[in-house]
Write a protein that binds this ligand. Structure first.
Ligand code: LLP
Length: 427
């Protein structure tokens, strides 16, 4: 039988006729824990991280995992134990880092709308750096720090105005995005930052978008940022580190992003050529560390053939896997144990039970399935569970972390009662 290829997922494989996560048979996990079920491979996370570590060998570099991609505590533990810092975007994410035993000194705090309470929380915790996204935020942060008798370490996110050539909702480095400060204004805003008593300028930051599959936008952004570093330092403001953000894409559907080490070979060559090779570097990768380390296992509930479309209705939905509904994103969908003998192969729209036409997970997929079969939705490690909701009062799925032949439950399935805990009845 021809088994589906699993590009981008070296730690998931068919053995015989069965899908395995590392050395564990997926169907057995689904039988024990039920579906929908997220399964992550620890080795896949560590090997994605290793590609960055190889790329930075011999350099002064800090990898800050952008935990919005997948902020489950055990996932954070994997990266904390591998010496990563974290890129956070809320006080809640900071509490997660602390709960997972991460090094708060290696936390950088990004985001356009930090509240004063979040600033106080982060200063009290002793985070490494605030990535400030506007002039107004500089003033507020300085005031908050002064009131605490502190100086807040800051780097300013500059908008290099390069096109990352990705989906418009996940492009962030173009003029017209809400992120960062404009390239033309950067030197003036740095001067302002340096004049504020509650701040200590430590670096410069950029992030141009997500699911970037080409090297050129990174090279262009680096050139633009290094131009600014030169201008800012000419103005007498030293920058201890340069943060190049995250954004490296993964293979969802015959995508061909560079490997992290190959990307950084090219970027470091440029840094060296421009004389900044010895500078402390920071990066904020999210998706590329976890995206292809996870799958979502789901059961086929019903097949519903139709005149125009055949529907394959599964027990996972847009509340579990929001990316297709939000970005028309593609996730490969493969059988967990391809059926023998084969049923009829038909072309289906794979949809969830949520009452919305936007609740689709895959369109026009050729599948050989029957009700009761399990399917694996691939590339589900990033921006799936972390964006999951309780829409339609659906409890969020369970999560497992596989390490070799051991599978550990890292998040229990939410019950209906869990979903309305905190709500109050009228008297
Ligand atoms: N740094 C900053 C400031 C960011 O805003 C992001 C992602 C990252 C780092 C990490 O980017 P990554 O390496 O994961 O591409 N929900 C969307 C993606 C949103 C990305 C938001 N910012 C999706 O599912 O495609």
């Amino acid at each position: 039988m021809l088994l589906p290829a699993l590009p981008g997922h070296p730690h998931f494989s068919y053995q015989g006729n069965a899908l395995f996560a590392e050395a564990v048979r997926v169907s057995e996990l689904a039988a024990t824990y039920g579906t929908p079920l997220f399964i992550y491979s620890k080795a896949a996370m560590l090997s994605a991280l290793a590609a960055y570590q190889r790329g930075f060998e011999g350099r002064d570099a800090q990898i800050c995992y952008a935990m919005k991609a997948n902020s489950s505590l055990a996932v954070l533990q994997v990266f904390a134990r591998a010496d990563c810092g974290f890129d956070i975007v809320s006080g809640g994410e900071l509490e997660r880092v602390q709960a997972a035993g991460g090094d708060v000194g290696k936390v950088i705090f990004s985001g356009v709308g930090k509240t004063q309470a979040e600033m106080r929380q982060a200063l009290a915790a002793g985070i490494g750096c605030f990535n400030v996204e506007s002039e107004a935020e500089l003033d507020v942060l300085s005031g908050v720090a002064l009131a605490m008798g502190m100086r807040a370490p800051v780097s300013i996110r500059v908008n290099p105005n390069v096109d990352p050539k990705t989906h418009p909702y996940i492009s962030t480095g173009l003029k017209g995005n809400k992120f960062g400060v404009a390239h033309e204004d950067a030197v003036r805003i740095y001067r302002h930052a340096a004049s504020l008593d509650g701040l200590k300028v430590v670096g410069i930051d950029c992030h141009i978008g997500s699911q970037i599959t080409e090297v050129t936008p990174y090279l262009d952004a680096m050139d633009r940022v290094l131009d600014l570093v030169a201008a800012i330092e000419d103005a007498g403001i030293a920058l201890a580190h340069i943060d190049f953000g995250g954004g490296l894409g993964i293979d969802y559907n015959h995508d061909t992003p560079p490997e992290a080490d190959a990307l950084w070979r090219q970027l470091l060559a440029k840094l060296d050529a421009r004389g900044y090779g010895g500078r402390k570097l920071m990066i904020e990768p999210g998706r590329s560390l976890v995206g292809n380390a996870g799958v979502c296992i789901t059961e086929v509930l019903y097949l519903k053939p139709g005149e125009q479309k055949n529907f394959c209705i599964i027990d996972a939905a847009m509340n579990d896997l929001p990316r297709p509904a939000m970005y028309q994103a593609f996730h490969a969908i493969v059988p967990v144990e391809p059926r023998v003998p084969q049923a009829e192969t038909l072309v289906y729209d794979v949809v969830g039970p949520v009452c919305e036409s936007g609740d689709w997970i895959g369109r026009d997929r050729a599948l050989n399935v029957a009700a009761g079969d399990q399917l694996a939705v691939m590339s589900a490690g990033a921006y799936c569970m972390s964006m999951a909701s309780n829409y339609n009062t659906r409890g969020r799925a369970a999560e497992l972390l596989v390490d070799g032949d051991v599978a550990r439950l890292i998040r229990a399935r939410e019950s209906a009662a869990d979903t309305f805990r905190g709500e109050l009845l009228l008297p």
